[in-house]
Design a protein around this ligand. Structure first.
Ligand code: ADP
Ligand code: MG
Length: 309
């Protein structure tokens, strides 16, 4: 076959049979340019689901996100963060929702939080509150509306507002877990410009796959501008084996996104009771299916099957 170098346009006469099947690229002997061989897939092409490139330093930054409410985002953010902290990691939980549920679920009432950090009214040490051993919180709440306006008013770089605020403090932690609001707003975009891993809870009770697909398209849009963010985990929530639809949606997700699929979190009334007591599921009902399922998630995310046994 005759190959033309796309750079210098010189032609090469090559016997195709001599090219091993695992070789995807050729190098032009005239100009040194590397190019893809015809008919061979470029496995280096960016892929929505590809894991992010290994980080040189800093914490793992994980956003819990999907543009839908009531699917278990906050429950997951709080219990994943608490579980990682119980397992021995230092964790910062960041609440970017105006509802400010994360502090409620942890049973604390911080006077300040993310807003004061971003507006530089307070220093990081004043804005971050200790919620448990090895677990710190930057709380959300109504005042975040002001941050959204602040982001909107910026002529450029608005999407980096959250990153700029968190970068100077993130190195003290092993994990930064970011809870998001249900909608698609300037703060959600900021979260996707900060984290490099996204965990998406999919409620098997209310979710149609359409919602997941739409959210994935939104992530793909962000990826055009920021390559190192990727969907890493899909977490089925509200799993109820008695409901046929649950199994059906699970199987479909497995077919489409197999490697990203986590073991589901079952429907468990203990998970909905715990917040009223300001306790994580590990404190409120450590023997419950909910605690068991979130321990499994901690092991999956940390990549260590021995944790919390
Ligand atoms: N697996 C579950 N089983 C039963 N109730 C749950 C479960 N996960 C979450 N809940 C409850 O469902 C409601 C919505 O969950 P939440 O985490 O606040 O969702 P989101 O943050 O996506 O809006 C809360 O009352 C929560 O306690
Ligand atoms: Mg929430």
């Amino acid at each position: 076959m005759v190959l033309t170098c796309p750079h210098c346009k010189k032609q090469h006469n090559i016997d195709e049979k001599l090219i091993p099947p695992n070789i995807k690229k050729a190098r032009c002997k005239y100009c040194g340019n590397q190019f893809l061989l015809p008919g061979r897939q470029d496995t280096e092409a960016p892929d929505l689901t590809a894991p992010p490139p290994p980080e040189q330093k800093g914490p793992r930054r994980i956003g819990i996100s999907i543009s839908k409410g009531g699917v278990g985002k906050t429950t997951t953010a709080v219990n994943l963060a608490a579980g990682l902290a119980f397992a021995g990691f230092k964790v910062l939980l960041v609440d970017t929702d105006t509802q400010g549920q994360d502090s409620f679920m942890l049973g604390i009432k911080p006077k300040a939080g993310l807003t004061e950090l971003v507006t530089e009214e307070l220093t990081a040490n004043e804005a971050v509150v200790k919620a448990r051993e090895r677990l710190w919180l930057l709380s959300g709440g109504k005042s975040l509306a002001g941050i959204k306006r602040l982001i909107d008013r910026k002529d450029f770089g608005g999407e980096m507002t959250l990153s700029d605020a968190l970068k100077p403090i993130e190195d003290q932690y092993d994990y930064v877990i970011v809870d998001t609001s249900p909608g698609w707003d300037p703060l959600t975009v900021n979260v996707l410009f900060y984290v490099n891993e996204v965990l998406t809870p999919v409620s098997l009770e209310v979710m149609t796959l359409q919602g997941l697909l739409e959210f994935l398209k939104s992530i793909a849009t962000i990826q055009k501008h920021r390559k190192d963010v990727a969907l890493r985990y899909i977490l089925p929530t509200f799993m109820d084996k008695r409901v046929k639809q649950s199994i059906g949606i699970m199987e479909k997700i497995k077919e489409l996104y197999g490697p990203l699929l986590c073991s589901p979190v079952r429907y468990n009334v203990r998970l909905s009771e715990a917040p009223a007591y300001g306790q994580t599921i590990f404190e409120f009902a450590p023997g419950s299916p909910g605690a068991e399922d979130y321990r499994e998630l901690v092991r999956k995310v940390a990549g260590n099957p021995k944790l919390l046994r």
